[in-house]
Design a protein around this ligand. Structure first.
Ligand code: NI
Length: 227
């Protein structure tokens, strides 16, 4: 399931992030990558343990917390501390699959990466190229979103970032371990949740249909969730 969430960040948050990123120190992106990925990766990142990455990551985490769509689509158990990358002209990230298991920030705890997230921070007209290409059973999807918008996709998918040919593409990226590991189950729950919200708009919350659908949603979560 590929989910686009518009306007995860407010304008003032985007402005704060851009302001801080102007003074940021970028390092070689290969610092945090697995063996295969490192060979195809050419970009810049904020050091994971830098004050800047932590402060900007906190802004992103607060934005995720208030997004009902993010919570419904991902059913998060763990969210890795958001990281930040930058592709300048000539930079790219070839086809790869993200590591299945990651350390949660600098703590010894580990998480499984079920869902990958890219939160676009540059405006699409500020750079050429830099599309996120995600492959699933329906083919390849090209994603390039407005600043402040985010895409969620299964971390099982092969994906890449096409070469940037002009300007700079800055984004935040992170992973989610979901309470529901299986993408097809998460997808059904997300569809059902969205449908219940739509039904709720046209009938009273205590109608028996709304109550039964809501009960079914929670009972499916109970069945599939693995905390
Ligand atoms: Ni990746």
């Amino acid at each position: 399931m590929l989910v686009q969430i518009p306007k995860i960040l407010r304008e003032d948050e985007l402005a704060t992030i851009h302001d801080r990123l102007e003074k940021a120190v970028w390092v070689d992106g290969r610092a945090t990558t697995g063996h295969q990925s490192a060979k195809v990766k050419k970009n810049l990142q904020l050091a994971e343990d830098s004050t800047q990455a932590r402060e900007l990551g906190a802004i992103v985490m607060r934005a995720l917390d208030r997004s009902a769509i993010f919570v419904s689509a991902s059913l998060p158990r763990h969210v890795s501390p958001p990281m930040f990358n930058k592709y300048e002209a000539g930079m790219t990230f070839g086809a790869h699959v993200d590591n299945a298991i990651r350390q949660i920030g600098l703590s010894p705890a580990r998480m499984r990466t079920d869902i990958a997230a890219t939160l676009f921070l540059s405006k699409p007209d500020e750079y050429d190229g830099g599309e996120l290409l995600i492959e699933d059973t329906y083919g390849a999807h090209s994603v390039k979103l407005p600043a402040g918008d985010m895409v969620l996709y299964p971390a099982t998918s092969l994906h890449r970032v096409t070469p940037v040919t002009r300007g700079a593409r800055i984004a935040s990226f992170f992973w989610i371990q979901s309470l529901v590991a299986e993408d097809s189950e998460r997808s059904l729950l997300f569809d059902l949740d969205r449908a219940i919200i739509d039904v709720g708009k046209s009938m009273p919350a205590d109608s028996s249909v709304a109550v039964r659908l809501t009960a079914t949603y929670h009972n499916l979560v109970r069945k599939w969730a693995r905390p």
